[in-house]
Every structure is written in C-alpha cells, then in structure tokens.
Design a protein around this ligand. Sequence first.
Ligand SMILES: [Zn+2]
Length: 328
Amino acid sequence: MKKIGLDAGHGLYTSGKQTPDGIKEWTLNDAVCDKIEEILRDYDCIVIRTDNNEGKVDESLSRRVNAYVTAGVDAFVSVHHNAYTGKFSDVTGVEVYTDRTPTAKDERLAECIYKRLVKYTGLKGRGIKRANFAVINQNKVPAVLCEGGFMDGSFDYKIITSNEGQKNYARAVAEGLIEFLSLKKKTESGEKTEVIYQVWENVKNKWLPNVEGKNDYAGNFKNAVCCVRANLTKGNIYYKVHVMRRGGKAARWLPEVKNREDYAGNYGQPIDAVAFRTDTGKTLCYMAHERKSGRWLPVVTGYNEADAKNGYAGNFGNEIDAVKVYFK
Ligand SMILES: [Zn+2]
C-alpha cells in the first residue's frame, strides 16, 4: 500500500496569508486537500495529512517534514495559493516547485502534477520552478509544493474560491499522484465491490462523512436524515428517497438518482423511506433506522415502491435517522 504525505500550507491564524478580502490561505488549501483525499479514497493508498486538520495550529515546517519522512511516505505534496502584492491585480497563474537540488523523482512528480494543473484549472502555466522551501527541502522523499493560483489575482480569485475550481486543482494533484505512484483503483487491486455512501442530516445541517462496509452506517441517531448520496467502487448504484409532508408539500417519492450525479432528497425535509438498487448482479442489502422507535427496520433487498415489505426501507410517517447499505 503506497503512502502519501499531503499538506495544506499554513494555518487558520497565519497572519498575512489571505485574499485581499480576508479568506485565509489555509482555508483554500484545506478545501483542495479534502477533495484530493476524497478522490484518493478509491485508490490503494493511505493519505497522511501533515497540517493541523482544523487549521488551529500552523504546524512548523520542520514538524511537517519530520511527520512525512518518519511515516515513510512515497510522495509528498504541499498545497498552496500564491500572492503577489496583497491587493487585487491581473497577476495570474499556477506553479509547481521542487527544491533547489531536485532528484529525478522530484522532477517527475512535479511534471505529473504541473501538466494537469495548467490543463484542469485553465490558468496560465508559470512553469516548474525551484526554491528552497523548507517543507520540501529534503532528498529522501519525492516532494513538491504547488501554487494553484493567486489569491490577489482578480481572475484567479474567482476560480480558487469556487467549488469547481477547487475540484479541478484537487483532480490535478490526485491524478498526478495516481500517475506518479501507479496507484490502482481499489477494485482493480482485488478488493471487493463496496457501497460508499453518506447522508445529510437536519440538526447539524450538513453532509456526514462517507462510510462503507457492513459494520458501519450513515447517520446520527435522533437527527433526521434528509438526503442520501452514494456510489460503488465498481458499477452503478441507483436510489431514491421518500420525503415527508412539509408545509403545503405532499409526501412523495423523489426522482431516482444515479451514483453521485446528484443526491436524493431536499435539504431540510426529512425522509421516511429509501430504496437502492445496483447493476452489479450482486445482492444489495439496506436498512433504515427509525428515529422515533430507535430501532433498525428489517433488511430490504428489493426495489419496488409498491412492495412495502421488501421494496423499500422505512415506514411512511416515521423519520429515518440512519441508513445502512452493503453487499451481502
Ligand atoms: Zn502559501
């Protein structure tokens, strides 16, 4: 299993490192790193973050280096955003850095990421450069530092603060690492197909982390689930939810969703039933946990609105607060 060191540069309270209107660089770096981790979750690798994952502490550069070198990672990437004068201007572009005395592997890692960074972000390529950045300044582990656009570039700002732009930055780094380390998708490396899924709950008003496997479930008991999102490590999953009556809106099944092309549900509107199916030919099992009774309802394997026994999981009128989905 390959190991990757991933670093969101700086911390939430690092002075000076921010957009002209005060968005902290770490926040942008962290958003990209989270998206990189999400992509790499499907590959046969382990990602080790070397920054403080809440941004509370700006870990020293020597601690970051020490963390990834002692962990024995196969590659290290530090994610940053650039700044020029600190005031908005037309400065623009992306860069990838190696240290001043790069190894051949440093250079290849830089190349794997740089070509994609230019392509996916659509920003000007300012080149692969060398600098004595302490966080990459060792020759034991292939290491690069990426600058994914200027926080004070009027054009770059719009891209780097958008979800789409951050996704593109993440894709460039993740796919660069996949090429550099020849990472394989988990299913290709012989692991069995899994459902990866998550729910949105209406107390915290947010998506809970993705879960997978027979021993886990998505949800916080007592907090009603409103939305579901899922994919398989191989093949397609289709699913839908039944929303409860709210205000003038009737209870009803919402349209079926495929993989993560969308999510099933409406934010703020609890659901009382779910249904899942796949095109894998394998038996998919799923269960709903009732908020009111505090119990798991029976396992369901079918997919049929008309079949209250084995066509969906849930009892109309009773909120669901957790969902469990797995292959038999
Ligand atoms: Zn930085």
